[in-house]
Design a protein around this ligand. Structure first.
Ligand SMILES: Cc1cc2nc3c(=O)[nH]c(=O)nc-3n(C[C@H](O)[C@H](O)[C@H](O)COP(=O)(O)O)c2cc1C
Length: 321
């Protein structure tokens, strides 16, 4: 079984990846949040700094590109090859209202012929293996039959399928029947993504698609950083591990050069997910989210731990249950 950490803009930054990989080793690969290049394939130096090998030691990282311009994709891929990367991922799944109308992310799924033309240009020129992260469709998961025909024309290294259409955002129940049909029809290597939050949800997918070996975890792993270990039969998260992880993240953000304000913002973003490990701890979680400086934040976190509500069997509320 191969387990990947999903790209999560605002969460899985290089500091996060380094701290996670050290505290919870055993993830087979991390996919970086998307780079959004201009038409020539240029992006901000700060975005590229996140990907420098020295900022991503001891982990396997795949950068991701969000664009519908083959030139931009190929040019940026060349830069990534020069940095030592061997795989780049195309984002064909982002459901955001600012992305889809520009025919990027999940917006690429609206027109399978245009997607085909994009992939044709990319695969004829790209100096690096290309994987794709897609949804099952834009308006409907029934679109995937046609989309898969397009993908199957190309030597895609890995087709990561988020088992919803764009309409479902991150909320609808993943369409497992459509995913099973895709798995039966696909010759490309497939990876399942969507609402894997505990062993039961993984078991459900493995029973539906017995030969499937690759899985990608996002919110479930943001909520419980030990989820990869648990899915392999390992121990649940301990409160000491969580406290140590949080302290290292805070230190990591500050050392990276983030101000106290932005360090706090990053930690609060993560607490949106971590909160589910403290059932009944709504008040304590709110106090964390309201904290205005790191001193208040630390006191609020300590207060929440002191309430004794930490429950390692709790998990992010996925839709597969
Ligand atoms: C806050 C947030 C940021 C995300 N950023 C990205 C991204 O940069 N690139 C991408 O392909 N998917 C992104 N996703 C989607 C996740 O990679 C993943 O497909 C989604 O969360 C569903 O998987 P999960 O149910 O395991 O969380 C993001 C999701 C969330 C919630």
């Amino acid at each position: 079984m191969i387990l990947y950490f999903a790209p999560m803009e605002g969460i899985t930054s290089c500091v996060f990846r380094q701290v996670h990989a050290r505290c919870f080793p055993g993830v087979d690969g991390y996919y970086a949040p998307f780079l959004a290049p201009d038409g020539q394939g240029r992006c901000k130096a700060s975005a590229l700094r996140e990907l420098l090998p020295e900022n991503n030691r001891d982990l396997r990282l795949t950068p991701q590109i969000l664009t519908n311009s083959p030139e931009a994709f190929v040019n940026l891929s060349r830069e990534l090859v020069a940095m030592g990367y061997e795989e780049v991922n195309l984002n064909a799944g982002c459901p955001s209202g600012t992305v889809v109308p520009k025919h990027k992310g999940a917006g690429m799924l609206a027109d399978p012929d245009a997607l085909d033309a994009f992939l044709d240009r990319v695969f004829s020129q790209c100096p690096i293996s290309v994987s794709v992260k897609t949804r099952l469709g834009l308006e409907s998961t029934a679109e995937f039959e046609r989309l898969l025909q397009v993908y199957e024309h190309y030597p895609i290294q890995l087709l990561i399928v988020h088992a919803r259409d764009r309409q479902g955002m991150y909320r609808s129940r993943p369409d497992l029947d459509a995913f099973v049909r895709a798995a039966e029809a696909a010759h490309l290597p497939l990876c399942y993504n969507g609402d894997l939050v505990d062993r039961a949800s993984l078991t459900l997918i493995r029973e539906k698609v017995p030969g499937l070996e690759r899985f990608m975890l996002g919110r479930g792993a943001a909520a419980d950083p030990s989820l990869f270990r648990q899915l392999r039969g390992g121990a649940p998260l301990s409160s000491e591990e969580l406290e140590n992880y949080l302290a290292r993240l805070e230190e990591g953000f500050l050392t990276w050069g983030l101000s106290e304000h932005f360090t706090l913002a990053r930690l609060k973003e993560l607490w949106y997910y971590l909160g589910c490990l403290f059932p009944g701890g709504e008040k304590g979680r709110k106090r964390i989210l309201k904290s205005q400086n790191l001193g208040d934040y630390r006191a609020a976190v300590q207060g929440l731990f002191a309430q004794g509500l930490f429950d390692p069997s709790a998990h992010f509320p996925g839709e597969l249950g």
